[in-house]
Design a protein around this ligand. Structure first.
Ligand SMILES: Nc1ncnc2c1ncn2[C@@H]1O[C@H](COP(=O)(O)OP(=O)(O)OP(=O)(O)O)[C@@H](O)[C@H]1O
Length: 862
């Protein structure tokens, strides 16, 4: 079997020549912030370059300019003398420019294999005799325990990062930028990534390594480029350089080192936090006692239950045992906040901060969350002063205190996340990876503030993959291996060697024990040891569908139950003729829903589908003659043009989808009313005749719709294009980072939706018979409700065309049922509303993810 590593190396060795990557006068501003100022530098081939600088100095901006995620205000990026086109994904793919971004790019909702499918172009995939190239890529990154069908979001952070790096390497990149790629990894992971960097460089690639871990810079790079406030301030050869020199270049002055605190909390201090027999996924049972003023670190090889343990201490995901804060047992994450516990997650983008709120609002939210009444006015002046003081305390690189937190650099976001919680003086402070992505100076500031808060009596517990950090900061260190505590070190015992030794020896012993157990089980069951090992790791293959089968089941039951009930009430309801007319009625509805589906899949909503259909019906009423085929083509083309208008507004002009399409809803309706102020004109009768045709009582158009729906579902679930569209729906930003042309796919969804709406308009026109401008009005709500009833998620990424057809059938059935039982006709709209809500509840298999923003606020307090 050919290994991925050897493939990439040999190709590079054969191919790459040239001067490398050059930045020529690159400048990028964001409002009043100059993130990068006239940067000119060359990153030659064949060596690893370090790019360092304090938080907010412009490193990620440079990476994003090279990757095409930002457009430069001035200057250009040149590769081997050839300019790299601004924001052109294709050009970058062709030049094999790849990035591993600071905050990760994998789409959590997709499986590992699906993420690999999105990232690695078919032509670059390693050829595996049994077709298991995913396995090959994972094994090359020593990720033998990671199952291809696991949701990426279910992987521990370090494994997620390694999967991403393995995928990027599998693309055999010629230029690779690693932005803080080792910050979530333990020694073993770091060692693997650094070795790959060296291999890539040896093969002639251009490798740029952006990091705050200066010892890694000194270990792997041959040249270091230093940025300060967006300006290139130094380019130095690594040989002979020291950490102190690099820090001086970065800060522009001497930086006082942090020294470990000596007087730890007295042994008789009050107990603030106690865990007894605590179990959570992948960890436990753990017993732990932390006293007031104590700083306890949790270490071990990454992904050994540290993240689960710290969350369990915050009352999240506890399977068994109890956590007691100040003598009172916790009941869930909400009660932890009430008890004075605060938790800072390492996932700052979606968990620890409110990205759209300003720096000031993020601070105020944390500081006032547990005090005062909700009707109290915010007192602006003290609020600003407090926020300014906190920002200064951590030397936050910002344009103003009103800057949205999401636009701060990664490390500065971390400073806000920790600073605001430290300022609350909590009883217990739980922090996951406190200095991930933070520069040396800020790292020391964060250490000092944690020591200060501990000195004031807070019990601090933190996880860290960095043994050096555990040594510097913790009074006591618990080392975990496979979720169990394997060592407890305190005082002078806390050294990097002791920590690493504790988890490596424990792991070796456990590996030996579990390898023997796996071999025994495999022998007994006659299975491959790898299969047994993965099963024992609790990793079960899970197939990702674009719909929830439960929704289909519910719809099928409702369809049959209503048919049975209707027939029992009135035998005419169950006649073949009536069932045929229900199918007939469902056709325009199903097409309206199918028109919405592509837009929903990419995570947006088109509110104009109904009025688009109404306008096309009116247009058709001006052509009462001619061949139906021509009318079909014209309607589809008209729909595509109207869809393109929506695409222009939403994608081209970046207007929020709902707002843009509500505007076009009005415009399309207005144009239809101008063309036909009153219903009038005749629809070509041949269309009605065509609609009336059927095969064995099933209307012909209904069959066409079913075939179309099957084709759409097959496309969405089995092709790369379908997968890429769903990736955009889950996160357009991450999809772009993976190299997916998000904007193009979003635009295509609107155009395709318009074309399908055109088709729906023809069937609607055939049913109405006249050019009625309001004929499409009823479809505005239904075009959104029916896909949801059929299992689509408004959040994007999921939905089924067959579900749309089933949903439309059910809505048409309800609509037909109402007159049979003499209910008011509006009753069916109420039924549709109730069903939509029901479908949303059933369909949201990951309901917990939806409540995440609410849980974040709860973490801060009620
Ligand atoms: N989209 C944006 N909108 C506004 N300001 C931005 C945006 N992106 C970056 N900035 C600002 O540009 C500056 C440089 O940010 P950048 O992310 O490049 O820094 P960095 O050196 O990568 O920092 P870190 O080490 O913390 O990741 C920062 O002041 C940041 O606030």
């Amino acid at each position: 079997m050919r290994s991925v590593e050897s493939t990439s190396t040999s190709t590079l060795l054969g191919g790459a020549t040239g001067t490398g990557l050059t930045a020529e006068g690159l400048t990028k501003t964001f409002g009043s912030t100059t993130a990068l100022n006239d940067m000119s530098a060359t990153f030659a081939r064949g060596v690893v370059h370090g790019l360092i600088g304090e938080n907010g100095s412009g490193k990620s901006t440079f990476v994003k300019l090279v990757a095409g995620m930002h457009r430069a205000d001035a200057g250009r990026v040149v590769l081997d003398g050839v300019p790299v086109a601004d924001t052109s994904g294709t050009h970058r793919s062709a030049a094999r420019i790849a990035c591993v971004y600071q905050d990760g790019s994998l789409i959590d909702e997709l499986t590992v294999a699906q993420n690999l499918d999105v990232i690695v172009e078919p032509a670059l995939r390693p050829s595996a005799p049994d077709g298991s190239w995913h396995r090959q890529v994972l094994d090359a990154a020593r990720l033998t325990d990671v199952e291809e069908n696991t949701r990426a979001g279910d992987l521990p952070n370090n494994e997620k990062r390694l999967v991403e790096i393995a995928a990027v390497l599998a693309r055999r990149p010629d230029v690779v930028l690693f932005d803080e790629s080792t910050s979530t990894l333990d020694e073993r992971g770091v060692e693997w990534v650094l070795a790959r960097m060296r291999e890539l460089a040896d093969g002639g690639a251009c490798v740029v390594f952006v990091t705050h871990r200066l010892h890694e810079v000194l270990a792997i790079t041959s040249h270091v480029t230093v940025l300060r406030d967006g300006v290139l301030v130094a380019e130095v050869p690594t040989e002979g350089a020291t950490t102190e020199q690099l820090v001086r270049h970065m800060a522009g002055r001497e930086v006082a080192a942090f020294t470990r605190r000596t007087g730890a909390a007295p042994a008789d201090a009050e107990v603030a936090l106690r865990a007894a027999g605590l179990r959570a996924a992948r960890c436990g049972p753990i017993d732990l006692t932390v006293r007031r003023g104590e700083i306890v670190g949790i270490g071990g090889a990454a992904g050994n239950g540290q993240a689960e343990l710290i969350r369990a201490l915050a009352g999240d995901g506890v399977d068994a045992g109890e956590v007691i804060v100040d003598g009172a047992p916790l009941r869930g994450a909400g009660s932890a906040v009430d008890a004075g516990t605060v938790f800072v997650s390492s996932d700052r983008r979606s968990e620890s901060l409110s990205s759209l709120l300003s720096i000031r609002e993020n601070y105020t939210l944390a500081l006032t969350a547990t005090s005062g009444r909700w009707w109290r006015w915010l007192r602006r002046r003290p609020e600003v002063a407090e926020a300014d003081a906190l920002a200064d305390r951590y030397d936050l690189a910002r344009s103003s205190i009103e800057q949205p937190v999401g636009t701060l650099s990664g490390g500065n976001q971390q400073k806000v996340a920790i600073g605001r919680m430290v300022a609350r003086d909590p009883k217990v402070l739980l922090i996951e990876e406190p200095t991930e992505g933070v520069d040396v100076r800020a790292r020391f500031d964060i250490y000092r503030s944690l020591v200060e808060v501990a000195d004031r009596g807070t019990a601090v517990v933190f996880t860290s993959s960095d043994a050096g950090e555990l040594r510097l900061l913790a009074d006591r260190v618990l080392v975990l291996a496979r979720g169990r505590q394997v060592a407890e070190l305190s005082g002078d015992e806390v050294t990097e060697e002791a920590i690493v030794h504790a988890f490596t020896t424990a792991k070796e012993q456990q590996d030996a024990r579990s390898a023997a157990a796996v071999a025994d089980e495999a022998r007994e069951l006659d299975e491959k040891p790898e299969v047994v090992a993965r099963r024992r790791a609790g990793l079960r293959p899970r197939r990702q569908l674009t719909f929830t089968p439960a929704t289909f089941g519910l719809l099928a039951v409702l369809l049959v139950a209503l048919a049975a009930y209707g027939t029992a009430r009135d035998a005419r309801f169950g006649t073949i003729d009536n069932l045929g007319s229900i199918m007939q009625l469902s056709v325009p509805l199903a097409l309206a829903a199918l028109a919405q589906l592509p837009v929903l899949l990419v995570g947006e909503i088109d509110a104009s589908i109904g009025s688009m259909m109404g306008l096309i019906v009116v247009l058709l009423s001006f052509r009462p003659d001619g061949s139906p085929a021509v009318l079909f083509v014209l309607a589809v083309l008209a729909g595509a043009v109207l869809g393109a208008v929506n695409a222009l507004l939403v994608v081209g002009l970046r207007i929020t989808a709902v707002i843009a399409t509500i505007a076009t809803l009005g415009v399309y309706l207005g144009v239809a009313r101008i063309l036909r102020p009153e219903p009038g004109g005749l629809i070509n009768n041949d269309l009605a005749v065509l609609m009336g045709q059927g095969v064995a009582y099933i209307p012909l158009m209904f069959l066409v719709v079913v075939v179309l729906a099957i084709a759409v579902d097959v496309y969405v679930n089995t092709t790369r294009g379908g997968l890429r569209s769903r990736a955009v729906g889950y996160s357009a930003l991450r999809a772009s980072q993976l190299g997916v042309p998000s904007s193009r796919l979003r635009a295509a969804a609107y155009v395709l939706g318009g074309a399908i709406a055109g088709l729906g308009a023809v069937t609607l026109a055939a049913q109405t018979g006249v050019g009625d401008p309001s004929s499409g009005s009823g479809y505005t709500l239904l075009s959104i409700a029916v896909p949801v009833i059929g299992g689509a998620l408004l959040a994007g990424g999921r939905g089924s065309a067959i579900g749309c057809v089933l949903g439309a059938l059910f809505v048409a059935e309800v609509q037909t049922f109402i007159p049979f039982v003499n209910f008011p006709t509006g009753g069916y709209l109420i039924a549709v509303g109730v069903l939509t809500v029901l479908a949303l509840i059933v369909g949201s298999a990951r309901l917990s993810a939806w409540t995440l923003p609410i849980r974040n606020i709860r973490r801060l307090g009620k």
